[in-house]
Unconditional design. Structure first.
Lengths: 113, 112
C-alpha cells in the first residue's frame, strides 16, 4: 500500500512568487493534516481536514496560506505571495481515526530566497 | 500556552547502550501521546504510542513511560544501534480534534 506522498520534494522560489504543495494521503484516510517545521524548530500544526471539510485551521499563519481538499482525496497548500519566513519543511499526514497513528509524508522542503 | 518540550536537544550514546529520551508536556487534558523518529530527508515515522490510562508500553526494543503526575514522557531504546540515529519527537494529542502538538526534538547520535 502506498504511503502518504508529497510533491514536490524540494522547491526554491523567490520572495513574492506563488508555490503550491500537494499531498496524496493514504487511500481511505478521511483525516488529513498539514504541519511545518521552520528553522529546525518543532513541528507545528497548520490545519486538519476531515474529508473535504476544514476541521481546524487554527495553525494557519496568515491569509497568504490557502489549503484545499476538493473531493476529499488529495490536498494542496498554496502560499501566495511567499515570504522569506515561509521557508521550512512542510509535512502532510493522514490517519483513519482522529485519535490514532498518523502517517507522515516525506515532506516538501520550501526555500524562499 | 500549551506546549510539549524536550529536556535534551542532543544525545550521544555508544552502540549497544540503552538510550533514554525525555519529554515534558503541559496540557493535562492530553490523553494520547506518540513518539516519532525522523531520519534525514524523511518524514516523521511512528515508533510507539501510549494512552493516558497506561503508564508503560513496550514495543520491539522501545518502551514508552508516562508519568501523568509530573506530566513527563520518556522513550527508552534498548541496545541502541547506528540505525537508531535520528531526531526523535514526542507529540501529544491535546484533545483538540486530532491535531498533534510536537516537542522540539532530540537528536540521537549513536557512536560505533
Amino acid at each position: 500500500e502506498a504511503g502518504v506522498t508529497q510533491f514536490p520534494s524540494h522547491s526554491v522560489i523567490e520572495k513574492g512568487q506563488t508555490v503550491t504543495l500537494r499531498c496524496d494521503p493514504i487511500s481511505g484516510h478521511d483525516n488529513l493534516y498539514w504541519y511545518r517545521r521552520v528553522m529546525g524548530k518543532e513541528i507545528k500544526f497548520l490545519l486538519h481536514f476531515v474529508k473535504e471539510s476544514k476541521q481546524d485551521e487554527s495553525g494557519m499563519p496568515n491569509n497568504r496560506f490557502l489549503a484545499e481538499r476538493t473531493g476529499g482525496t488529495y490536498s494542496t497548500l498554496k502560499v501566495q505571495p511567499a515570504e522569506l519566513e515561509d521557508s521550512g519543511v512542510y509535512f502532510c499526514a493522514s490517519s483513519q481515526d482522529k485519535k490514532g497513528e498518523a502517517f507522515f509524508g516525506q515532506g516538501t522542503r520550501l526555500t524562499v530566497v | 500556552g500549551e506546549s510539549v518540550g524536550l529536556h535534551l536537544p542532543t544525545l550521544s550514546v555508544q552502540e549497544g547502550d540503552n538510550s533514554i529520551i525525555n519529554c515534558a508536556y503541559s496540557n493535562s487534558a492530553s490523553d494520547y501521546f506518540i513518539w516519532y523518529k525522523q531520519e534525514s530527508g524523511k518524514g516523521p515515522q511512528f515508533i510507539i504510542d501510549i494512552r493516558s490510562n497506561m503508564d508503560k508500553r513496550q514495543g520491539q526494543r522501545v518502551t514508552v513511560l508516562l508519568n501523568k503526575t509530573v506530566k513527563h514522557l520518556s522513550l527508552q531504546i534498548a541496545a541502541t544501534q547506528p540505525g537508531d540515529s535520528a531526531v526523535y519527537f514526542c507529540a501529544e494529542d491535546g484533545n483538540q480534534g486530532g491535531k498533534l502538538i510536537f516537542g522540539q526534538g532530540t537528536e540521537l547520535s549513536v557512536k560505533p
